[in-house]
Design a protein around this ligand. Structure first.
Ligand SMILES: O=C(O)CCC(=O)C(=O)O
Ligand SMILES: [Fe+2]
Length: 555
């Protein structure tokens, strides 16, 4: 689609619009390039379709003195449209001191999120080239920079709607990015015998992860906290870029390598490709010039990027609902062994029996359907189907009252497993006991625990009490069964995390009691497969950022 009219980013004068001193401008060559254009976003939207799609904000390069808006802007949008994504070119401020461009990038993402419904946008990615790669990395890794937050909150007070939107992208693709602002060669004019081009893709779980700034940014030189490398915790004097004085290179691929090493060291999901070929040069863009196209190796990058974007978009869709208040790494669904001891399992079951509840018409159904004879003895508040019922143990503070220590332990385990930032307040939304008799299942393709942040499902059944009834999550659309070993003994099962996705290290001994759990982001789609024999009982705990709940799950 041809582009829509450009949207100005700011209602009036942009914040932090300070230009560098003339001496610096002439040194970096800006004087001959004229003043910067006002910051704006030009959307390239696909025809509205029934399915919302991700939008990728394109950040052209140009050494922060100019913008390569055709080769690293419009052409990229055309390509993104051709592979099924909305796109938008960002004109960010150049010849302006940090953090002006960063604020522009944040604002662009907020504007996209503000128009998400109208434009049919499901998530926001960024792709940046060279200096634009620096900016894309910066906005992905420093989204909660104190300054930006302060500006957002000021603007929110003034009733500015975009400022209330999340400013971090869901994923970032950096093409031959500048990583260190220490590197003075980044502002030198290019040319020479450039032979490499590098690409780093930061996955949706990394984008937005809180970057660690060491020391107060205000006390540091501008170029220091303008470095992505610094955001990842390097000190000013320990710039990891080695050979920066190579006259032939504009942005050495070492920039990407350094970034990728740092991201990997911190377990960020990241993919990296380094291309080498005789037609490669800095500013490759879509590799659409003839010489580059003849270079088979180079021409592969858009295909690789397409595959990565598809994977990132899928993962981002699952995270799209995550609240800004949850500042933690979202865990993959993870099996926690022996969350509850045999005694604790028994305590939960005893509390459930003592509660003696039966479904009340105010819950899921006005008139609850009949319950199958196999569940005749079960206590419940909700009847989902004749073979699946649930009891609210959190109701009226029952569980918090009677099982105080147990609840505190479960919350601690969930926070640790979910790597929740200690400053983030989370409360218990529900503690539910679910019973599934033969034929019972949670079979709802779009089921997720909307509104909650972390969900834990602990198995309360002893070995051999049932078959089927696996807890299932989905990876790239494929169901993944979490085979909880039916009953780890309390003694044999250390409370350590073990991701299901790793192959089992060794066969486990025969186990007797119960208490293994699956911890997941509540926005992760999940189901329970049909129980084929016996009764499955689980304890489901959800944490959210609202006050602790002592009512129904459905109010
Ligand atoms: O029974 C379970 O393990 C899961 C139940 C569940 O996902 C829910 O009630 O939202
Ligand atoms: Fe659920």
């Amino acid at each position: 689609m041809p582009p829509s009219p450009a949207l100005p980013l700011w209602p009036g004068v942009p914040p932090h619009d300070r230009a560098p001193a003339d001496a610096l401008v002439s040194r970096i060559g800006g004087a001959v390039l004229g003043g910067p254009s006002p910051p704006a976003l030009t959307p390239w939207l696909l025809q509205p379709s029934s399915q919302p799609r991700p939008l990728v904000v394109v950040m052209p390069g140009g050494g922060y003195v100019r913008l390569s808006t055709v080769d690293e802007g419009e052409t990229v949008c055309e390509w993104l449209n051709s592979i099924g994504y909305h796109a938008a070119v960002l004109v960010y401020r150049v010849l302006r001191l940090h953090p002006a461009p960063l604020l522009d990038a944040r604002r662009a993402i907020q504007l996209v999120r503000q128009h998400a419904h109208e434009w049919g946008v499901s998530g926001v990615g960024v792709i940046g080239f060279s200096a634009g790669g620096h900016l894309a990395g910066h906005v992905a890794l420093s989204w909660d920079a104190a300054l930006a937050r302060r500006l957002d909150s000021q603007m929110r007070e003034e009733g500015d709607r975009p400022a209330s939107k999340l400013a971090r992208p869901d994923a970032a693709l950096l093409a031959y990015p500048v990583v260190s602002a220490h590197n003075t060669s980044v502002v030198r004019a290019g040319g020479g015998s450039w032979r490499c081009s590098s690409f780093a893709c930061i996955g949706p779980k990394a984008a937005g992860r809180r970057a660690k700034l060491s020391g107060r940014p205000s006390e540091r030189p501008l170029r220091h906290h303008g470095s992505i490398a610094t955001l990842l915790g390097w000190g000013a004097d320990a710039s990891p870029l080695g050979n920066e004085s190579d006259d032939d290179s504009v942005v050495p691929s070492e920039n990407s390598e350094v970034l990728v090493r740092a991201l990997r060291a911190r377990s960020f999901p990241v993919e990296y490709h380094l291309f080498q070929g005789k037609h490669l040069k800095h500013g490759l863009g879509m590799a659409s010039n003839l010489a580059a196209r003849r270079d088979v190796e180079t021409g592969r990058w858009p295909k690789l990027a397409e595959g990565w974007l598809r994977r990132a978009a899928h993962a981002a869709a699952r995270l799209a609902y995550w609240s800004d208040t949850y500042r933690a790494e979202v865990p993959s669904p993870t099996v926690l062994r022996g969350v509850l001891s045999a005694e604790e399992v028994a305590a939960c079951c005893a509390l459930a029996s003592a509660s003696g509840r039966r479904s009340e018409p105010t819950t899921a159904w006005r008139t609850p359907p009949p319950v199958c004879p196999a569940l005749a003895d079960a206590c419940f508040d909700v009847v989902y189907t004749a073979e699946h019922v649930a009891l609210f143990l959190h109701r009226d503070g029952l569980f918090a009252d009677r099982c105080k220590h147990l609840l505190a332990k479960v919350v601690r385990v969930m926070r640790e497993g979910g790597r929740v930032d200690p400053a983030t307040e989370l409360q218990v939304r529900c503690v539910e006991l679910h019973s599934y008799s033969e034929g019972g299942a949670l079979d709802a393709p779009l089921h997720r625990d909307s509104g909650s942040l972390l969900t834990l499902s602990v198995q309360l059944c002893e070995a051999g009490r049932f078959e089927g009834g696996d807890f299932v999550t989905f990876r790239e659309g494929e169901p993944e069964r979490h085979r909880l070993e039916r009953g780890a003994t309390a003694a044999a099962a250390p409370t350590h995390l073990r991701s299901l996705r790793r192959p089992p290290e060794s066969p486990r001994p025969a186990l007797r009691a119960a208490g293994d759990g699956v911890l997941l982001s509540s926005m992760e789609l999940h189901n329970v497969t049909r129980v084929t024999r016996g009764t499955r009982v689980s304890l489901v705990v959800e944490l959210w950022s609202e006050p602790a709940n002592s009512h129904d799950r459905f109010e």
